[in-house]
Each structure stands twice: as structure tokens, then as C-alpha cells.
Write a protein that binds this ligand. Structure first.
Ligand code: CUA
Length: 162
């Protein structure tokens, strides 16, 4: 008699597990804040966020921004300006929310705007994502805080919260 009881409990557990799994997949699929979304490091174009024209800072709404970054040895790709020159400095109004989405085509990098809550690990094969609110005006330096090779210290950018 107890066997039936335990079997029933096992089935309930299994259903609960599958529901959680299904909900997790749904949640991750519908929310860009997902951490660790899979991506082919040799084909970053598979994710719209990393199409050349979508890199860098984009205003998506009043006080809301998306910052898409490809961190590679030894550079942060923040997109290009109108003249085609690579962007290394971005400006965001204070009080804005920014969703940072980053990936790497090669090795593990860090993405840290020193002095802000933006501090993430960027791994090849994954999309790292983080949403933060930037309330404090100032200039913040973007540095790589994961040793990634001889040009590690050359990975650099700046962000001004105005
Ligand atoms: Cu990239 Cu250290």
C-alpha cells in the first residue's frame, strides 16, 4: 500500500519539476534579462542583439536603454558612429534603466563599469544580461576584470551618466 503512495508522490514531484522547467524556459524565452542564454560564439549574428547595427547603446523608451556589447580580445565593440568610427564612449541620462547584454566570440572577459552595479562575466557561448538603474552622475570607466591575454589591460571604454 505504501508503494502506491510513494509512486504517486514521485509522479507529483515529476509533474512539478516539468512545470518548473517549462515555466523557466518560457520565462527565459520572453524576458531579455535571462542570464546564460546560449549562443554560438562563431555565429553571434544568431542573436539579434549582436547584429552590427544593434551594438552599442540604444534608447528604447523614455529613461530606458539597451546596451549590447561584444567583448573580444582585446576590445569592447560598442558599435560605430555616423562616420563609421568605433564608439568607446557612451552617455546616459541619470535615472535611466539600462539593460546590458554581452557575449564573447573567444575567451572569458569581464565587463565592469567601475563604480556602478554593472559588473559581469562575459563567456563565449552565453549571453550575459543585467538590468541596472544609473542614478549617480559621473564618468565611469569600462574595464575587463577577467584576465584574457596579453591585451587584457587594453580593453577599455567610458560611460558618462549625465
Ligand atoms: Cu578581456 Cu581581460
Amino acid at each position: 500500500k505504501y508503494e502506491k503512495y510513494w509512486l504517486g508522490l514521485g509522479i507529483i514531484g515529476l509533474i512539478a519539476f516539468l512545470l518548473i522547467l517549462g515555466f523557466g524556459a518560457f520565462y527565459l524565452g520572453t524576458h531579455p534579462q535571462s542570464h546564460g542564454e546560449l549562443i554560438d560564439p562563431e555565429n553571434l549574428e544568431m542573436n539579434e542583439a549582436f547584429h552590427e547595427e544593434n551594438l552599442g547603446l540604444t534608447k528604447v523608451d523614455e529613461g530606458r536603454y539597451v546596451l549590447n556589447v561584444v567583448a573580444s580580445a582585446f576590445n569592447y565593440n560598442l558599435g560605430t558612429d555616423e562616420s563609421g568610427a568605433p564608439i568607446s564612449h557612451i552617455e546616459i541620462p541619470a535615472g535611466s534603466k539600462v539593460l546590458v547584454q554581452a557575449t564573447s566570440p573567444d575567451v572569458v572577459h569581464g565587463l565592469n563599469f567601475a563604480g556602478t552595479n554593472i559588473n559581469m562575466m562575459v563567456e563565449p557561448g552565453y549571453v550575459s544580461a543585467l538590468e541596472v538603474q544609473l542614478d549617480n552622475p559621473g564618468e565611469y570607466t569600462l574595464v575587463c576584470n577577467e584576465y584574457c591575454g596579453v591585451g587584457h589591460h587594453m580593453m577599455f571604454g567610458t560611460m558618462e551618466v549625465v
